[in-house]
Design a binder for this molecule. Sequence first.
Ligand code: ADP
Ligand code: MG
Length: 273
Amino acid sequence: HPPVPRSARAPRSSPPAGGHLHAEAISAWFGERKVLDRVSLDMPPGAVTALIGPSGCGKSTFLRILNRMHELVPKATLAGRVLLDGTDVYDPQRRLTEARAAIGMVFQKPNPFPAMSIYDNVVAGLKLTGRRAGRAEKDQLVEESLTRAGLWREVSGRLDQPGGALSGGQQQRLCIARSLAVRPRVLLMDEPCSALDPTSTRRIEETIGELADDVTIVIVTHNMQQAARVSDQCAFFLAEQGTPGRIVEYGPTGAMFENPQDQRTSDYVNGRF
Ligand code: ADP
Ligand code: MG
């Protein structure tokens, strides 16, 4: 049976404890070249936000800015603010690892540590955050994270096998589990299903729907059906004729698809470019 669209789900009884991500007037440059122009977007807790738009309009750049990965690119600069639960993610007093732990990221190509065991892949994130955990706590965290990522039943009997031995879809769910192990408030996903077959894609979509009750999710997708299935709200990015990327339109997903306010949104969501 097809997954229940997000919009048709019963609202959760209480809002999640945190995970309110807010981007304010984000502009970004690679060297002299401006690729984003004053992009503002509210990503409320308990919601899935989809970023859609043609290639090259700055979706990945925007996503990387949200968890400070943009800083890793030489000559990359930015203006604007990112707030997580009211705190500036770029506050120099805040440790980088703290921002990265609170705001996890999953990429297009599944990238588990291939030679490392499934178990060690899941707990790998703890090292980055400097958190120490005993064996019992780690065991519990591995089970919990793999369960939340929808992978526990498939791998519980072979946690010592290398991550690289799993199928593509399983590797992607292992990457989701690795992100979840540090208990992020936000999970950023950059085309997480683009490299996967339709069955694996559906399973990841189901997982996204379940996670969204506790973790704020921001997903970049080129698949309009996927955006419609998984997201509560949608932002349409566009970079017209060499100008930097902007948000043309954003709002509740149903409205964006059924009644877009901008002709360019209508053209894009209906596959006209
Ligand atoms: P999208 O994810 O929407 O396809 P990107 O954020 O990847 O768009 O890219 C936005 C623009 O920034 C593109 O024109 C791209 O060529 C440029 N860009 C992306 N990454 C870099 C980089 N590391 N150095 C220089 N330019 C880049
Ligand atoms: Mg991209």
